[in-house]
Design a protein around this ligand. Structure first.
Ligand SMILES: Cc1cc2nc3c(=O)[nH]c(=O)nc-3n(C[C@H](O)[C@H](O)[C@H](O)COP(=O)(O)O)c2cc1C
Length: 200
C-alpha cells in the first residue's frame, strides 16, 4: 500500500474542550470516519452519527458490517470522525462510494492527513470544520443488530473560523466550511442559514 500524504497542521485549527465535543456533530452533519491499523488506513462517509452523552463525551455512528472501516475499527479499537466542509463535498461522496478494500482512498484522492494526537487516527483539516478521535466502546448486541458503534471522544479540534469557544458561527465568509447534509445520490445541502432564537 502506498504511503498517504502527510499534512501540516492547519493554522486555523485549535483543540476543542471535551465537554464541547458533542456540539461538533449535534446538528447532524455528514461526517467522514477514518480508521487505521498496522500499515492500513481508511476513510468512509457516514450520514448517521450523533452524540449520546455529554460527560464523558460519547457518540454513536452507524458503520455497516460490510465496510472495511468496521474491520479496522475493531482491530485497532479506535476511529476518527471528521466534519467536512462544503469544500470537501466531492471527496465526501467519493470515499462513501468505494471501499478501501479495493483501493487506497488516501492515495487515490491525494488526501493529506495528519495523525491524531491521542489515538493516531488520520485527521483532515484542509477544507474541514472539525475532527474528533474516538476510542471504540464495544457493544456486541447493538453492533450486530443495528450496525451502531459507540465511541468515547478523547481529543477534538476545530477550525476557529467556524467553531470557537464551544460555538458554531456560520457566516458568508466561511461558506467553504459550512457542513454537509446528504439528501441522497450525491445531492447535499449545506448548513448555513444561521438563526438565533430569543433567549428570554
Ligand atoms: C453521503 C454518504 C453517507 C453515507 N453514510 C453511511 C453511514 O452512515 N453508515 C454506513 O455504514 N455507510 C454509509 N455510507 C456508505 C459508506 O461510506 C460506504 O459503504 C463506503 O464505501 C465504505 O467504505 P469502506 O469499505 O472503505 O469502509 C455513506 C455513503 C455516502 C456517500
Amino acid at each position: 500500500m502506498s504511503q498517504p500524504l502527510a499534512a501540516t497542521a492547519s493554522e486555523h485549527f485549535r483543540p476543542v474542550a471535551l465537554e464541547h465535543a458533542s456540539r461538533l456533530i449535534n446538528h447532524g452533519p455528514t461526517v467522514l470516519i477514518s480508521s487505521a491499523h498496522g500499515a492500513h488506513r481508511n476513510i468512509m462517509a457516514a450520514a448517521w452519527s450523533m452524540p449520546v452523552e455529554f460527560t464523558p463525551p460519547r457518540i454513536a455512528v452507524v458503520i455497516d458490517k460490510s465496510t472495511w472501516t468496521r474491520e479496522l475499527v475493531k482491530q485497532s479499537g479506535s476511529f476518527g470522525i471528521i466534519v467536512p466542509g462544503a469544500a470537501r463535498m466531492d471527496l465526501t461522496y467519493a470515499v462513501g462510494s468505494a471501499s478501501g478494500r479495493d483501493e487506497d482512498k488516501f492515495a487515490r484522492h491525494q488526501i493529506a492527513a495528519r495523525t491524531g494526537p491521542v489515538l493516531g487516527m488520520p485527521v483532515l483539516e484542509q477544507g474541514c470544520a472539525a475532527w474528533l478521535e474516538c476510542r471504540w466502546l464495544p457493544q456486541g448486541q447493538t453492533e450486530d443488530a443495528y450496525d451502531t458503534l459507540f465511541g468515547e471522544v478523547v481529543s477534538a479540534a476545530a477550525d476557529v473560523r467556524i467553531f470557537e469557544n464551544g460555538h458554531w458561527n456560520f457566516t458568508e465568509d466561511n461558506a467553504d466550511l459550512h457542513t454537509l447534509h446528504h439528501l441522497g445520490a450525491g445531492k447535499f445541502v449545506v448548513a448555513g442559514n444561521q438563526l438565533q432564537a430569543r433567549q428570554d
